[in-house]
Design a binder for this molecule. Structure first.
Ligand code: HEC
Ligand code: HEC
Ligand code: HEC
Ligand code: HEC
Length: 113
């Protein structure tokens, strides 16, 4: 009885997790919706993490060009005293993104897509 109940509960938790993931679609999913294939980021195998060069190949070619697209706010996340960090310091493929700046600052109004 107990084990049946725990199986049911685990099932419910999984359903909830999947539903939440669909609500705030992760970056990889948003790419898929725009026709970007899994293999554009994972060239050899799914465990092959995309490099910064790969990301930049589709996003401006350089940090400098990328920064031109995000210079409207007070703080441009792509032109900072951190230089040119890995995209993965902030953006994630299939997880919640995080702003690396908040290791030291508290930029409550900056949201990483
Ligand atoms: C094959 C080309 C391609 C690759 C590789 C690629 N992207 Fe994209 N990306 C796109 C397209 C197309 C869009 C949708 C149009 C746009 O916003 O430029 C997009 C959108 C985005 C957005 C905006 C998402 C949104 O919903 O506002 C971010 C952030 C992003 N990409 C980051 C990355 C990162 C980080 C990587 C590397 C891990 C990456 N991209 C790799 C093509 C690519
Ligand atoms: C310090 C954190 C951080 C790093 C590192 C970072 N980004 Fe971003 N990125 C952001 C934030 C924050 C935004 C949202 C900016 C906005 O909405 O004005 C953003 C937005 C974007 C967008 C959408 C731009 C648009 O047209 O709206 C793309 C594409 C993108 N990033 C790609 C990259 C790529 C590629 C890299 C690595 C070369 C990278 N980012 C590194 C924080 C970061
Ligand atoms: C925009 C680039 C991008 C696209 C498109 C993308 N991924 Fe990923 N993927 C990543 C990144 C970055 C990681 C590293 C972990 C993370 O950030 O979530 C990753 C990690 C993974 C992993 C390793 C397990 C993990 O979560 O760490 C698997 C498996 C995977 N992706 C499968 C897929 C599949 C299947 C698709 C197509 C539906 C896909 N990915 C599309 C960027 C992408
Ligand atoms: C390891 C800690 C650390 C990280 C990570 C960090 N900063 Fe800073 N930042 C500092 C320190 C220390 C100062 C200097 C503080 C002062 O002068 O009062 C500073 C100053 C600043 C300033 C004001 C001075 C200037 O250079 O214009 C801004 C804006 C800023 N940081 C933005 C960012 C952004 C955006 C990020 C993420 C891309 C970031 N910081 C990441 C520690 C950090």
């Amino acid at each position: 009885m107990h084990s049946l109940l725990s199986v049911l509960c685990t099932g419910l938790l999984l359903v909830t997790a999947v539903a939440n993931a669909a609500d705030n679609a992760m970056l990889a999913e948003r790419h898929a919706k725009r026709g970007v294939a899994c293999t554009s980021c994972h060239v050899k195998s799914p465990n092959d993490k995309p490099t910064m060069t790969q990301c930049l190949a589709c996003h401006g070619g350089s940090y400098e060009n990328l920064a031109k697209k995000t210079d409207e706010s007070d703080i441009n996340p792509h032109a900072t005293h951190m230089g040119e960090p890995e995209c993965s310091e902030c953006h994630s493929g299939h997880k919640q993104p995080r702003l690396v700046c908040d290791n030291c600052h508290e930029f409550t109004d900056i949201k990483v897509p």
